[in-house]
Design a protein. Structure first.
Length: 333
């Protein structure tokens, strides 16, 4: 009799364990997208303008800049590092390309070559970060912050006032649409999918997770740690260069304050999305959630005309909560 009664209960137990395991493994994703839903519903009830199609399209466009930088930042943080030079790389690329356009009298024939040049500049700067980190074994924060300071000086040497003279065909990159959907939003969706496939389906992607989990174990597993770290910082800088080129297309000028604060915001988006700041754990879809939440909150704050100082205070509180929620596994033992 006891054996007969054990059947249903034994079947229910594995199901409950599966649900508990699912909730535990996806807690950060459920939290971030739950917050997005709450913020969206609140904004929809408080501001009629928030619900309009034009504002929805605007929010999606606003995610492109932060999203592009956050993708690269995610890859670096997964290795256990951090890249605080991304905003300055985006700025230097944008100012350099704008300067050449202006010098060549907005020649549209230079659009493709200069886009390629901007990407090359980004990758070259990322390789400098990677070389310094792998050769000196210094803290990545110190290295990338130092590079950012140098690049800030370089950007001021290039220009201290906005640079005009961007060709009109280049500016149309930002405004192009398929129906009501901006082309750049479609391209960004494809980039997110490609980046997720790269991290989860490629050998290098798995190596990035392994290095972030433990460099010593990764070396024992025949993973070339230095090459993996180099690839991570070069990819991060490549993403920053793409962001710089996008900013130039959106603004139409080479602005000396381009991408200001994007380095900090990208780290916040990654942390909010549940990627461990100690490396080795997290999902790119979590970062996407972090980007959407930050952009949506900024949009809502602007619509409701919330004071900028209050916005900064709120952002700081979010950072503290994120750090507390996703603490180091070592600190929990």
């Amino acid at each position: 009799m006891a054996v007969a009664q054990a059947g249903p209960s034994s079947g229910a137990a594995p199901r409950s364990k599966k649900w508990a395991s699912f909730l535990r493994n996806n807690a950060s994703l459920l939290l971030i997208y739950g917050l997005i839903l709450i913020v969206g519903l609140y904004a929809a009830t408080q501001a009629e303008h928030f619900r309009t199609m034009s504002n929805m399209a605007n929010i999606l466009r606003q995610t492109i800049l932060l999203g592009m930088i956050a993708i690269g930042q995610s890859v670096v943080i997964l290795t256990g590092g951090i890249d605080f030079s991304v905003a300055m790389i985006a700025r230097v690329v944008a100012l350099t390309i704008a300067t050449i356009f202006a010098a060549q009298q907005s020649n549209p024939a230079l659009i493709v070559p200069l886009i390629l040049l901007g990407l090359v500049i980004g990758v070259a700067l990322g390789s400098v970060n990677g070389l310094l980190i792998t050769r000196t074994h210094a803290n990545p924060f110190i290295i990338t912050f130092g590079i950012a300071s140098i690049l800030r000086g370089v950007s001021l040497a290039i220009a201290t006032t906005p640079i005009r003279g961007i060709p009109k065909p280049y500016l149309k990159i930002y405004d192009a649409k398929i129906g009501i959907i901006p082309v750049n939003v479609i391209v960004m969706v494809l980039i997110w999918v490609a980046a997720w496939l790269f991290l989860n389906r490629s050998r290098l992607g798995r190596a990035l997770y392994a290095v972030g989990g433990s460099e010593r174990v990764a070396r024992l597993s025949a993973i070339r740690v230095n090459r993996t770290l180099m690839a991570a910082y070069m990819f991060s800088a490549f993403c920053a260069a793409v962001a710089g080129l996008f900013i130039l297309s959106r603004s139409g000028v080479g602005d000396p304050i381009t991408a200001e604060g994007m380095d900090f915001q990208s780290v916040v988006a990654v942390a909010l999305g549940g990627i461990s700041l100690y490396g080795g754990r997290g999902s790119l879809w979590g970062t996407l959630g972090g980007v959407l939440l930050l952009v949506m909150m900024s949009n809502v704050f602007n619509i409701l005309q919330v004071n900028i100082y209050v916005q900064q205070l709120f952002l700081g509180l979010i950072v503290l909560i994120a750090v507390a929620a996703y603490k180091s596994p070592r600190s929990a033992t």
